[in-house]
Ligand binder design. Structure first.
Ligand code: DSN
Length: 415
C-alpha cells in the first residue's frame, strides 16, 4: 500500500484511495526505465501533501501581493538557498510550474515575438520547447535547429557554430530529452558569445547527475539554466531556473508576473527537501551509480545485438534503434510493458517512421538505481529486454521481474 498511508482519504474517497494504492503497487512491481522518471523519498512525498497547498503567494519573498507570508517566504528562501548551494549558482527561481513554463520564461525574458531561437531538433533528441514547430515556441518565434551526425549520433559542434553564424539566433538552447552523451557546455558558450546570443542550458534530464558530480556543470558557461526537479534530481514535479546575477531580474519578471500566478508552495517545500537530499554525500554516490548502471546496461544490450544511438551512453539515458531487430518502437514498448518493464517509444535521429510510431525506445536508469539495482541486475535487465522484444512470453518475464523487484524497497510503498 501507499506509504505514508492514506487512512483519511480511504474513508473520504475510497475510489481515489484505491487508485493511489494501485499505482504504488504498480510502481513497486515494475522495472521503471522511463528516463525522465524516478522515485521520490517519503520526505519529499510528505512535503507535497501539506497545508502549504492552501496558500497564495504571488510575488517573491518580501514582495508579495497577499498577506500571511510569514512562513511561505521562509520556505521559498530555503529552497532558493539550497538550489544556489547545490548547483553553485548566483540566483535561483524555484517557482516555474514545470519544465515547459520554465523554458517559456527564457523566451519572454530575452526574445520579442518573431525573433530567432536555435535548439536541437526534436527528433534528434531536443525538446518541444526548444523551438519545435508544433510548440508555441516554434509558432511565436522563428526557430532553427541543429541535428546530430547521421553516423555518430552526436552533436557536431562545428555544425552548431556554422548554423549559429549563418542564422544569428538571439537565444540558444542546449540539452534535450533523448541525448545519451555529455553536453559540451563550454563549446555552446563560445558559440553563443560569438553570435551574441543568450545560452540556456536545459538540464532537466541530467540535473541530478550534475548535482552529484557525475556530469559536467553548465555553471560559468550558460548564464541561464532551466531544469525540472523530478527526473534525476529526484524531487517533486516542478522546475527551477538558475542564472548568473546579470540575468536574474529578467527571468524573475518573466516567471512572475510574465507567465504565472501563485507559486505551488507545497511543491516549493518538496523541492527544498529534495535539494537538501541532493546536498548529501549519498546523493553523489547515487548519481555515479546511475551512470554506472546505464553504462552496464548499454554494454549488455550491445552484446545482445541492440543498436544504440551514438553507440552507448555517458549519462543515465540509452536510446535504442530497433530497426535491426525488425520491430518498431511502439509494439516493442508495449510488449515490454506487458513483461513488467516500463519505458517509452521514441524517435531516433533520421527516423524513417512517424513520431507516433517511431523506430526506437528510450531507457534511463535513474529510477532503478533509486530502488537499489546495480550493475549485476543490469545484465539481467538486458536479457529480459531481449527476450520480450523477441516476442517471448511476457507474463513469464513479468513474474521474474516482480520477483526480483520484491527484494528492493520502494520509497512510497509498503507491502
Ligand atoms: N517529458 C519529458 C521527458 O520524458 O523527457 C520531457 O518533457
Amino acid at each position: 500500500m501507499h506509504e505514508p498511508n492514506i487512512p483519511t482519504l480511504t474513508t473520504a474517497d475510497p475510489q481515489v484511495a484505491e487508485l493511489v494504492h494501485a499505482e504504488a503497487q504498480r510502481q513497486f512491481e515494475k522495472i521503471r526505465l522511463i528516463a525522465s522518471e524516478n522515485y521520490v523519498s517519503t520526505a519529499v512525498l510528505e512535503a507535497t501533501g501539506t497545508v502549504l497547498t492552501n496558500k497564495y503567494s504571488e510575488g517573491y519573498a518580501g514582495r508579495r501581493y497577499y498577506e500571511g507570508q510569514q512562513v511561505i517566504d521562509q520556505v521559498e528562501q530555503l529552497a532558493v538557498a539550497r538550489a544556489k548551494q547545490v548547483f553553485g549558482v548566483e540566483h535561483a527561481n524555484v517557482q516555474p510550474y514545470s519544465g515547459s513554463p520554465a523554458n517559456l520564461a527564457a523566451y519572454l525574458a530575452f526574445l520579442e515575438p518573431g525573433e530567432k531561437v536555435m535548439g536541437m531538433a526534436l527528433p534528434m533528441g531536443g525538446h518541444l520547447t526548444h523551438g519545435w514547430s508544433v510548440s508555441a515556441t516554434g509558432k511565436w518565434f522563428s526557430s532553427v535547429r541543429y541535428t546530430v551526425g547521421k553516423d555518430t549520433g552526436r552533436v557536431d559542434m562545428d555544425e552548431v557554430r556554422d548554423l549559429a553564424l549563418a542564422e544569428r539566433p538571439k537565444l540558444i538552447f542546449c540539452g534535450g530529452t533523448a541525448i545519451p552523451r555529455t553536453i559540451d557546455f563550454p563549446a555552446f558558450a563560445a558559440i553563443a558569445e560569438e553570435v551574441g546570443a543568450v545560452l540556456v542550458a536545459d538540464i532537466a534530464h541530467i540535473a541530478g547527475l550534475i548535482a552529484g558530480g557525475a556530469h559536467p556543470s553548465p555553471v560559468g558557461h550558460a548564464p541561464v539554466i532551466t531544469t525540472t526537479t523530478h527526473k534525476t534530481l529526484r524531487g517533486p514535479r516542478g522546475a527551477m531556473i538558475m542564472t548568473d546575477a546579470a540575468h536574474a531580474k529578467a527571468i524573475d519578471k518573466a516567471v512572475f508576473p510574465g507567465l504565472q500566478g501563485g507559486p505551488h508552495n507545497h511543491t516549493t517545500a518538496a523541492i527544498a527537501v529534495a535539494l537538501g537530499e541532493a546536498a548529501q554525500p549519498s546523493f553523489s554516490t547515487y548519481a555515479h551509480a546511475v551512470v554506472e548502471n546505464a553504462a552496464a546496461l548499454a554494454e549488455a544490450l550491445v552484446e545482445r545485438g541492440f543498436d544504440l544511438v551514438s553507440g552507448g551512453t555517458d549519462n543515465h539515458l540509452i536510446l535504442i534503434d530497433l530497426t535491426s531487430k525488425e520491430i518498431a518502437g511502439k509494439p516493442a514498448a508495449q510488449a515490454l510493458d506487458r513483461a513488467g518493464i516500463e519505458l517509452n517509444y521514441n524517435t531516433v535521429p533520421y527516423d524513417a517512421r512517424k513520431p507516433f510510431d517511431p523506430s526506437g525506445i528510450r531507457l534511463g536508469t535513474a529510477a532503478v538505481t533509486t530502488r537499489g539495482l546495480g550493475v549485476e541486475e543490469m545484465r539481467l535487465l538486458a536479457e529480459w529486454i531481449d527476450r520480450a522484444v523477441a516476442g517471448e512470453d511476457a507474463e513469464k518475464i513479468a513474474m521474474e521481474v516482480s520477483e526480483l523487484m520484491a527484494g528492493y524497497p520502494m520509497p512510497g510503498f509498503v507491502s
